[in-house]
Design a protein around this ligand. Structure first.
Ligand SMILES: O=P(O)(O)OC[C@H]1O[C@H](OP(=O)(O)OP(=O)(O)O)[C@H](O)[C@@H]1O
Ligand SMILES: Nc1nc2[nH]cnc2c(=O)[nH]1
Ligand SMILES: [Mg+2]
Length: 167
């Protein structure tokens, strides 16, 4: 669906935009395991202001193609986010349930600011609205894989975005 070249080009643009928007500040990236790790690393490399990074593990899909709606926190952050400029990094926003659950929970820890950044967004699938500051690509309602996105844990390592066909 999206070539390696186009994904990398877009991530470079997003990194430049974030560096400009947060000029003079430090940014604290929160990558949501596991899917966003590939994107978060590439994005971090394209940000030119000081960056710190932490990880949180929440999973609602398990091995299926549909969100269970139950967002399970398997691993919390290592560091407090009090007074930090936080940017939550996701690989995809689909129903919006994961971030809808996570955002108020992180806001209650009083960061200086908290915004959302995602490589992909599927607007047609949204069940709950979440305000997203940075979106890489809007994609149609197909189950995509690659660049961190899995189907039953596989295909995360593809360096491009592809579509998983029904068997
Ligand atoms: O907007 P939503 O409908 O909530 O879907 C988006 C979430 O689903 C995926 O995670 P998943 O639960 O598959 O975990 P993974 O990153 O470990 O694959 C993705 O990485 C997002 O976190
Ligand atoms: N791999 C993958 N995970 C998702 N989680 C929510 N939507 C998707 C999707 O399209 N692909
Ligand atoms: Mg998944």
């Amino acid at each position: 669906m999206i070539s390696e070249e186009d994904v990398n080009k877009r991530i470079a643009e997003m990194g430049a935009q974030i560096s400009e928007d947060y000029a003079g500040k430090e940014i604290h990236l929160i990558a949501i395991l596991k899917g966003s790790v590939f994107f978060a690393c590439e994005l971090a490399k394209r940000i030119t202001i000081p960056v710190t990074i932490d990880f949180m593990s929440v999973s609602s899909y398990g091995n299926s193609r549909e969100s269970s709606g139950i967002v399970k926190i398997a691993k919390d952050l290592d560091e407090p986010i009090l007074d930090k400029e936080v940017l939550v990094v996701e690989d995809i926003i689909d129903s919006g349930k994961t971030l809808n659950h996570l955002k108020p929970m992180l806001e209650s820890r009083n960061p200086a600011s908290l915004h959302l950044c995602t490589l992909l967004s599927k607007p047609d699938r949204r069940e709950v609205e979440v305000p997203v500051r940075y979106i890489g690509f809007e994609v149609p309602d197909e189950f995509v894989v690659g660049y961190g996105l899995d189907y039953a844990q596989k295909y995360r390592n593809l360096p491009y975005i592809g579509v998983a066909e029904e068997e």
